[in-house]
Design a protein around this ligand. Structure first.
Ligand SMILES: Nc1nc2c(ncn2[C@@H]2O[C@H](COP(=O)(O)OP(=O)(O)OP(=O)(O)O)[C@@H](O)[C@H]2O)c(=O)[nH]1
Ligand SMILES: [Mg+2]
Length: 224
């Protein structure tokens, strides 16, 4: 069976993405649903919707409804309506912005307030912007402790490069439905980094070979 548009999915899942403004929620959703990324920040007002159909092991067809909730809704009256009935909640912070991590407590609190009395949805902790690893301000240990203490699954992604975005949502959907992902299922989602193959002409090749090599020696190291 193919995963075509007309096919009726076996399951429909509502996944909400919450977290501080500018942590990258819209970027994650657009990367996941449309394979796109924009550098320009455009604040989400209220909520935006995305849809992606996936197939999980056992030929389970799933329609993932992704609710991208604006960071400004925290503490507002509408947030509870947006969260209501979700099967999964993805809590996003920016690894270079400690405030966005600290505020996750409030986001977690809002989930608990709405759904705590019924059943908690699957919760995923997502550290975004790992392409900016050199600017990280939230230690990995802090991230892991937060996730463990609240029984959340743990993910590090980059909406910019697409690193681990698809597998993150795949894991969340599988967890909700109690489906086990095998290693090949997981590996399939790792992005292949495409290296450009340059075909040098014979002339360019020999010119490159004859570039004079400069050697600088210091008492500390030798650069070639
Ligand atoms: N370097 C880098 N920048 C990112 C990444 N994800 C998002 N950004 C940038 O961060 C800014 C905010 O991203 P958004 O996705 O709009 O943030 P948001 O969480 O939806 O913000 P609100 O709608 O206000 O809640 C934009 O300028 C994005 O280009 C990432 O993985 N790496
Ligand atoms: Mg947004």
């Amino acid at each position: 069976m193919s995963d075509s548009e007309d096919e009726v999915p076996d399951k429909q899942l509502k996944i909400v993405i919450i977290g501080d403004g500018a942590s990258g929620k819209t970027s994650l959703a657009t990367r996941y649903a449309q394979e796109q990324f924009g550098k320009q920040y455009k604040q989400t007002i209220g909520v935006d919707f995305f849809l992606r159909r996936i197939v999980l092991p056992g030929n389970v067809h799933v329609a993932l409804q992704v609710w991208d909730i604006g960071g400004q809704t925290l503490g507002g009256a509408m947030l509870e309506n947006y969260i209501y009935g979700c099967h999964g909640a993805v809590l996003v912070y920016d690894i270079t912005n400690h405030n966005s991590f600290d505020n996750l407590d409030d986001w977690f609190g809002s989930i608990k307030k709405v759904l705590g009395k019924e059943r908690m949805p699957h919760l995923a902790l997502v550290g975004n912007k790992i392409d900016l690893e050199h600017m990280r301000t939230v230690k990995v240990e802090k991230h892991q402790k937060f996730a463990q203490e609240r029984s959340m699954s743990s993910h590090f992604v980059s909406a910019k490069t697409g690193d681990s975005v698809s597998i993150c949502f795949q894991k969340v959907a599988a967890e909700i439905l109690g489906i086990k992902l095998t290693k090949p299922d997981v590996d399939q989602h790792h992005r292949v980094v495409k290296a450009e193959i340059v075909n040098y002409t014979k002339q360019e090749e020999s010119a490159a070979r004859h570039i004079p090599q400069t050697t600088t020696k210091t008492s500390i190291c030798s650069l070639q």
